[in-house]
Design a protein around this ligand. Structure first.
Ligand SMILES: NC(=O)c1ccc[n+]([C@@H]2O[C@H](COP(=O)([O-])OP(=O)(O)OC[C@H]3O[C@@H](n4cnc5c(N)ncnc54)[C@H](O)[C@@H]3O)[C@@H](O)[C@H]2O)c1
Length: 389
């Protein structure tokens, strides 16, 4: 049952404007937030930086927390300094804090100094393969870091809207139990009732998650609890493949971004198992932030939503490679590794019906082709600049 918040959403001072203007994407601007103070964790990462840009552009005070730990997880290719520099150059009301979300004292000092109306929590160790080598660090960042933020919010600004970026890996490999059929270039759901993909009723326990999936599931449950038990305005988005041009894509995280990076550099991409026909649904970071914005305007308590590109933005790896080759006019080097990644989904498409029904104003605005075009343009520029061209 949907648990509608009983709190006065006007306490957030959000104004509702049903017949608002239309932006360049043709999206109805149905609400505008009065200037607010927004905290974004993981602000130099893909989703965090998109959120910073978006809310800064709207005139809000935006604080970002990021300690560039992506570089610790993935080495220099994961370094997000370029993205922080970019944000500093284009923003007007953005303040960066080099804080580790595991450091509760530092978070308390930050929350003591600023009253946040909206918290967008994107900081994470995001790779299920990497988690195997760093289980303690993975759990500390993903689970404990999230509880630190939830609890600090409860203590300092309990009326704030709190958005947690969870993952479809909380379902573990349960989605792989759905009967599939093999098509020429992709796996496909066999039963008509599965056509729209995985909904939020999929079970999250008694499956193989990977350690990453388990640490995120812990955080996901705690976030739900702060919403349901304490009545806080908490939203949990279980992401499919979140993507966009600001990803510091690496082999272990950032599927499309890394694929394009390899295609441009002339390196070799490894496809792990499932004949390369595994399906991912890809959503542009802009559409993720628009979902965050919609929830913030009309929050609920402890609600969970699947959020991905849905069927229209789904692709198999084989199809993505063909698409990129076509766009770049050259063949890509890739090799097939028989062993699939442990806990990997064979066919995952997010069923977006629940979010769409609660927030009918929201829609996917960036097609897979648009997403790929953007990533190719940005990666080409970055690689040309890096080679001194
Ligand atoms: N990208 C995807 O495909 C995807 C899919 C599902 C869910 N998600 C989730 O969405 C969120 C955002 O993902 P993303 O793709 O933007 O990740 P990202 O790695 O691009 O960004 C995360 C940022 O958090 C920062 N960070 C990590 N640990 C930190 C710490 N201890 N303290 C402060 N900052 C820290 C990193 O430096 C990085 O800049 C994550 O929670 C991730 O699990 C992502």
């Amino acid at each position: 049952m949907a648990l509608r918040t009983t709190m006065d959403t006007n306490s957030l001072n959000l104004t509702h404007n049903i017949d608002g203007p239309t932006n360049l994407d043709g999206e109805k601007q149905t609400f505008q937030m009065k200037p607010k103070t927004v905290l974004v964790t993981g602000s130099s990462g893909l989703i965090g930086s998109e959120a910073v840009e978006h809310f800064d552009r709207q005139g809000h005070q935006v604080h970002g927390v990021d300690n560039n730990m992506r570089q610790v997880f993935f080495g220099d290719p994961g370094d997000t300094t370029w993205n922080l520099d970019r944000l500093r150059a284009i923003s007007r009301n953005f303040t960066h804090h080099n804080i580790d979300i595991r450091d509760r004292i530092a978070l308390e000092t930050l929350f003591h100094a600023h009253h946040f109306d909206l918290i967008v929590h994107c900081a994470a160790q995001p790779s299920h393969d990497r988690a195997r080598e760093i289980p303690i660090l993975d759990f500390e960042v993903n689970a404990l870091g999230t509880v630190n933020l939830l609890e600090t919010t409860r203590l300092y600004c309990p009326e704030a809207v709190f958005i947690f970026l969870s993952t479809n890996k909380v379902y573990g490999d349960a989605p792989n139990e759905i009967p599939l059929k093999e098509l020429e270039t992709r796996w496909e759901y066999d039963r008509p009732e599965d056509y729209n993909g995985i909904n939020e009723n999929c079970r999250i326990d008694r499956t193989l998650h990977s350690l990453f999936g388990a640490s995120k599931a812990s955080a996901d449950l705690m976030a739900q609890e702060y919403g349901r038990y304490f009545g806080m305005k908490v939203c949990i988005f279980r992401g499919g493949c979140l993507t966009g041009p600001s990803h510091s894509g690496v082999e272990l995280h950032g599927f499309l971004s890394y694929l394009v990076k390899v295609a441009i550099s002339g390196g070799t991409y490894s496809v792990f198992g499932y004949k390369g026909k595994q399906v991912r649904d890809n959503i542009h970071s802009h559409d993720v932030v628009r979902a965050i914005e919609e929830f913030a305007a009309n929050p609920r308590c402890g609600e969970v939503y699947n959020l991905g590109g849905g069927r229209e933005n789904s692709t198999s790896i084989l199809e993505a490679i063909t698409n990129i080759e076509h766009r770049m006019g050259k063949k890509m080097n890739w090799k097939y590794v028989e062993q699939n990644r442990k806990g990997d989904h064979i066919c995952y498409i997010s069923d977006l019906s629940k979010f769409r029904s609660h927030y009918p104003n929201w829609r996917i605005t960036r097609s897979l082709d648009t997403i790929l075009g953007e990533i190719i343009a940005v990666q080409s520029r970055l690689q040309t600049a890096a080679s001194g061209g």
